[in-house]
Design a protein around this ligand. Structure first.
Ligand SMILES: Cc1ncc(COP(=O)(O)O)c(C=O)c1O
Length: 385
């Protein structure tokens, strides 16, 4: 049907998914490294997540968070196993952008300051607040003016951190810039941001919506540094594919929040809480971190030497299961060639191929991916000669 909409068109119709694969209407099986922008990190139809959702749907599907319900107790207990120890409080929302908005609102309220610091090349979402701290001018420009008083500093440049000052309400940072093209913050830089926030009494918002919950081989990527967040944001993988986000905060922050400061009709609904329970079950019982680290090694050994073989590759960055192949040409053609070879990838910026595979990907999938990339790049090389 010809129907006008804002949906993109990748030209295939996907009918089902299981683990690291999806299938189209013709029965073709794809290695899914798009994973709904990274949300299906636990794979499609993860058995632990599905079990909890099905059990919950038998009990109650819709309930305001004003009421307690057993799945809430179960979820809070499960979160104990994975939350950073300072993060005693949680709010549940429906998307990453909403979590960012809530973090910004709270920071303004608590500090009574107006200024926010974010970083060049950052991505924090598309709602008004989240877009205001997102760097890409292409996303921002049509909607100006956004929230003013946002300054964008050079990522990984410690010198720039002087601009965090006593007027700064909060600094928001991704420990790995995902949408920006898989650029990790250095440990020194994360430490520097943390220290400067302490010196200036600015709040530190760590956005792990894409890189958190195991995707980089640690439960939380910022664990590699000594940074402690005032507010930590999670989403995507931690929902096991169900649309939700989590805002974690310390007790110090939580005690400043009043009833009615924020709310959401669907945030923290019983199915969302069941999904979190299932996701953490999978995380604990299926050795997710170990599998991420092993698969990451396999990506390193398969992909790293491509850079010396193909002049059109500018850089390859692999952090856990966040993978970027940066090209000297536009990435669209290769991404669509990969899709014809039954491999789904995302694009970052204009020239970066990004893979966000589920932890369930296997070594033979990774080998196949390498072979397909080789074939495609060799064809392109020939056409350039
Ligand atoms: C780091 C980060 N923050 C926030 C968001 C926004 O999340 P959502 O698309 O669920 O609103 C994203 C989405 O890609 C993200 O990668």
């Amino acid at each position: 049907m010809e129907y006008k909409s804002f949906f993109g068109n990748r030209e295939i119709t996907i009918v089902k998914g299981k683990d690291q694969y999806v299938w189209d209407t013709h029965g073709n099986k794809y290695i899914d490294m798009h994973t709904g922008n990274g949300a299906a990190f636990l794979g499609h139809k993860n058995e632990y997540v599905i079990k909890e959702i099905l059990q919950q749907i038998e009990n109650i599907q819709t309930l305001s968070t004003s009421f307690n319900t057993p799945i809430r107790e179960k979820m809070l207990e499960k979160l104990e196993g994975i939350r950073p120890k300072e993060m005693d409080y949680v709010s549940l929302l429906n998307s990453g952008s909403e979590a960012v908005d809530l973090a910004l609102k709270i920071s303004r309220k608590i500090t009574s300051r107006k200024k926010f610091i974010a970083f060049k090349n950052s991505f924090h979402g598309r709602t008004f607040g989240a877009l205001s701290v997102t760097w890409n001018p292409r996303y921002r420009k049509p909607f100006m003016p956004l929230i003013d008083n946002v300054e964008f500093l050079e990522f990984n440049n410690i010198e720039e951190l002087k601009r965090i000052d006593n007027e700064t309400a909060a600094v928001i940072i991704e420990p790995v810039q995902g949408e920006g093209g898989v650029y990790p913050a250095s440990i020194d830089f994360l430490n520097g941001v943390y220290e400067r926030c302490l010196q200036t009494n600015s709040l530190l918002i760590i956005d792990e919506i894409q890189c958190g919950f195991g995707r980089t081989g640690l439960t939380w990527t910022h664990e590699k540094s000594k940074a402690v967040a005032d507010i930590l944001l999670a989403g995507k993988g931690i929902g096991g594919g169900y649309p939700l986000s989590i805002v974690f905060y310390t007790e110090e922050i939580a005690k400043e929040i009043d009833d009615g400061d924020h709310g959401s009709t669907y945030g923290g609904n019983p199915l969302a809480m069941a999904s979190i329970v299932g996701a953490i079950e999978a995380f604990e019982k299926d050795n997710v971190l170990e599998k991420v680290n092993n698969n990451s090694k396999a990506f390193h050994s398969e992909l790293n030497n491509l850079i010396s073989e193909f002049n059109i590759i500018r850089d390859i960055r692999i952090l856990g299961l966040m993978i970027a192949i940066e090209l000297k040409i536009n990435a669209s053609q290769i991404i669509s060639e990969l899709q014809k070879e039954f491999i789904l990838a995302l694009k970052s910026g204009l020239n970066i191929i990004r893979f966000l595979p589920p932890y369930k990907i296997q070594e033979f999938d990774i080998k196949e991916t390498k072979e397909k990339i080789l074939e495609i790049l060799e064809k392109i090389n020939l056409s350039l000669k």
